[in-house]
Write a protein that binds this ligand. Structure first.
Ligand code: GLU
Length: 477
């Protein structure tokens, strides 16, 4: 028997969650977050995290669109259990469930034509009544329909009472059953509706917990009708525990749009240069927290995550916060790994040199693009192209100074940070100059830019020969 609290036997069975994205061409970060929550919940409880691709819209569900989702999840480190389920392959099973409900009288054939239904809706609109199917074929005999007339299969929903969900995030939510009409399970062409497909798949996959966006809360009330109706028909149809997670909003409180950063996970990786562990942590922290801890390793997240602690209010997406967090993860990341990521962004980059340079490069960067910008000077070819600002630093006086610096450095036998620093400091002192006055034109000549890592780091990373050649190219002769 269905329990009225919407919490079936979910608590006692081993936890099974699912993430059920539709291939739309990108893995929206809002979806990625519910995927993360489903995955973490299962891992936390030692259960199974399943993946189902809802690919019934054949036009959008190209292999490419499916791969975008699989790649995005893989990149975030979310490995799902068992075989990925493809909803489109299960249409015969969906139809079977509708047939079974038909056989036990919990569903019925509706022969209403589309003109008839349009008229019904028109009348409801005119009478300012809610627009819903009025059950006109609920108690009629199919023999009343014209021979061979097309029909849909509709579920027979309860006429009284209410449907209550004890939602793990939203709390207790309920709907008067009169508001739930006899919705369609099978279309006239025999194909299952989304409402039927989702719930049949959830039950066949043994899902105990449905964690998803709160835009699906209304669907839950309908899906429960199918579960309740099937309860006496097949074993295993128990109401799952629902957790409807609030959607992400922009930092101005409006619904998240592209302008706020509603991009695909792949764009965070490729265009914005975000590390997967940073996005993982950021999405985790959007709507969930543990004290005032800011950063969690995957293991910590698994140990600490629980769905009840997810807030009911919408969370706000803050790009600046994500970038700052990403900067922290960059500083903690392995240098060779970062070098590999940067090398993909610079033509002709040498990963060994990048790895060596990484400790000084990564101190400031907030994303991989900034890291690549900071590293670009290492791979520039002579004559260097100077930015306008860099070029303006190299006036006659500066060029003359570069020329004496060059002679001094030619004579330097110990090309190390310490020796170079001592050398140039002594020179600056002799000349009565601040070190900055010296470093600025030197930086312009060595990097073509006005910002770079520390000037002695730059000299060492470029090496003696390349440094001197770059200085001489700008020095007054
Ligand atoms: N495929 C649906 C979506 O991408 C999710 C369905 C569900 O979680 O029940 O919005």
């Amino acid at each position: 028997m269905a329990s009225s609290d919407g919490n079936g036997g979910g608590e006692s069975r081993p936890v099974v969650t699912r993430f059920a994205p539709s291939p739309t061409g990108f893995l929206h970060i809002g979806n990625a977050r519910t995927g993360l929550f489903s995955w973490l919940y299962a891992r936390h409880h030692g259960g199974k995290a399943l993946l189902r691709i809802e690919d019934t819209d054949k036009q959008r569900s190209t292999q490419e669109a499916i791969d975008v989702i699989l790649d995005g999840l893989d990149w975030l480190g979310l490995e799902f259990d068992g075989e990925t389920v493809f909803q489109s392959e299960r249409a015969p099973r969906h139809a079977e469930v509708a047939e079974k409900l038909l056989a036990v009288g919990k569903a019925y054939k509706c022969f209403a034509t589309s003109e008839e239904l349009a008229q019904m809706r028109e009348e409801q609109r005119a009478a300012k009544q809610p627009m819903r199917y009025d059950g006109r074929w609920r108690d009629r005999d199919p023999s009343e329909a014209p021979e061979g007339a097309p029909f849909t299969v509709r579920i027979k929903t309860p006429e009284g009472g209410e449907t209550v969900i004890e939602d793990a995030v939203q709390g207790r939510v309920k709907v008067d059953n009169r508001e739930i009409d006899d919705f369609i399970l099978l279309r006239a062409d025999g194909t299952p509706t989304y409402m039927l497909a989702v719930v049949v798949d959830d039950m066949d996959m043994g899902c105990t917990h449905i964690i998803r966006g709160d835009d699906h809360l209304n669907n839950a009330f309908r899906q429960i009708q199918v579960i309740d109706a099937m309860q006496d028909v097949e074993d295993g149809w128990e109401r799952p525990t629902y957790a409807h997670v609030p959607l992400i909003h922009g930092n101005d409180g409006a619904k998240l749009s592209k302008r706020h950063g509603a991009l695909g996970v792949d764009a965070y990786r490729d265009e914005l240069g975000i590390l997967p562990e940073a996005l993982f942590n950021y999405l985790l922290r959007l709507g969930w927290g543990h004290g005032d801890q800011e950063e969690f390793s995957c293991e910590e997240a698994i140990a600490l995550f629980d769905i009840n602690a997810v807030g009911k209010g919408p969370s706000r997406f803050d790009m600046k916060k994500l970038l700052n967090m990403n900067g922290n993860y960059i500083r903690a990341a392995d240098d060779a790994r970062l070098a590999g990521l940067v090398a993909e962004r610079i033509d002709g980059a040498d990963t060994a040199l990048l790895t060596e340079a990484m400790p000084v490069l990564k101190t400031r960067a907030r994303d991989i693009n900034e890291l690549a910008d900071g590293a670009a000077f290492l791979f520039k070819t002579r004559p260097l192209e100077l930015t306008e600002k860099a070029s303006s630093l190299l006036d006659e006086e500066a060029r003359l100074r570069l020329s004496s610096v060059s002679s001094r450095l030619q004579a330097e036998t110990d090309w190390t940070i310490e020796a170079l620093e001592a050398n140039l400091k002594a020179y600056a002192e002799e000349q009565g100059l601040g070190l900055g006055k010296l470093a600025q034109p030197l930086r312009a000549a060595l990097t073509g830019q006005t910002t770079s890592p520390g000037i002695f780091d730059v000299l060492v990373l470029l090496g003696r020969e390349e440094s001197l050649a770059r200085i001489d190219a700008q020095a007054a002769t």
